[in-house]
Write a protein that binds this ligand. Sequence first.
Ligand code: PLP
Length: 367
Amino acid sequence: MNLVVPQSDPKAGYLTHQSEIDEAIRQTLDSGWYILGKQVAAFEQAFAAYVGVGNCVGVANGTDAIVLALRACGIGAGDAVVTVSHTAVATVAAIDLAGAEPLMVDIDPATFTISPQAIEDAIKNYRGSSKIKAIIAVHLYGHPAEMTAIGELARRYELKVVEDCAQAHGAKLGERRVGSIGDVAAFSFYPTKNLGALGDGGAVATNDAALAERLRLLREYGWRERYVSEIAGMNSRLDEVQAALLRVKLKYLDSENERRRQIAAAYDEGLKASGLVLPKCVGDISHVYHQYVVRSGERDVLKDRLREKGIGGLVHYPVPVHRQPAYRHRASAALPITEQAAREVLSLPMFPQLTDEQVAQVIQALL
Ligand SMILES: *Cc1c(COP(=O)(O)O)cnc(C)c1O
């Protein structure tokens, strides 16, 4: 039987553009320069132009991108940052790594993104709300968060807005791409993301030139000039070989996201009578379907039955961050919508290389 795996093998993305990628990597090897050279600079410029911001800074991974974004905003010990629990653990881990306190709030049930009402409730109920310095909005599964309402709250309470774009490369809210809407944005190029490297990689995007300047210092020991640490930084660099590969893959991101939307449309149509709750696009958005997530009250049974039929489904995420041993001491408010999502969500196979036949096979199995 033809098995349908839940997510892409990163090698498939490489093989699709193999000769172009091989050439870019060979050029990098010939240059004899492996760290912060021409490839990273060229990728930063291309990615900034793609996102629609003035500055992009390549870093080692998406988690570091969030840590550095917070640190560049001056957020650290003694500060609190509002975000969700229904996300990759990296979002919350990054707040903790920056030395700040994560304040996890509930999500909107339709979009799985942070609830503006929950943000406001958290600010009002939090003792010492002056400690709250930022909101991290996660564009989960490729659906943009409610940035207009979040922006209004940020202005009212003088908070920075950090976008976690790790699952939403290329997604749009109106005519703007995610990553160009908040004060600063973090991207991951983990191999299975919509724009993925063959290893770790990340980037921070911002229109604020002074912030970008601090990010460049922070990612390499606080150096402007080699061996002179102006500020206390770290080592979090995107490497030349990954940047060379990402420059090639960036050219195909829009067409790959379009293929994801085509697959999503086929699932929408094929599954409308299935009784499953299907993902929605709320507002004037362009979704990039990092995941196509359905909900079912019998999720675990459904997942097992699908596996018997040779179809892989994944759960993003089975245990919310506020229930994880490392972070449960941070849990404050009850998060009923988050808890329900953790019980009900199932991610169907979704990646650009899926064939129409495989999509039909998934739909048949679910029906
Ligand atoms: C993948 C991911 C990250 C972290 O990226 P890494 O490159 O793996 O560190 C952060 N936030 C979200 C929502 C993610 O999906």
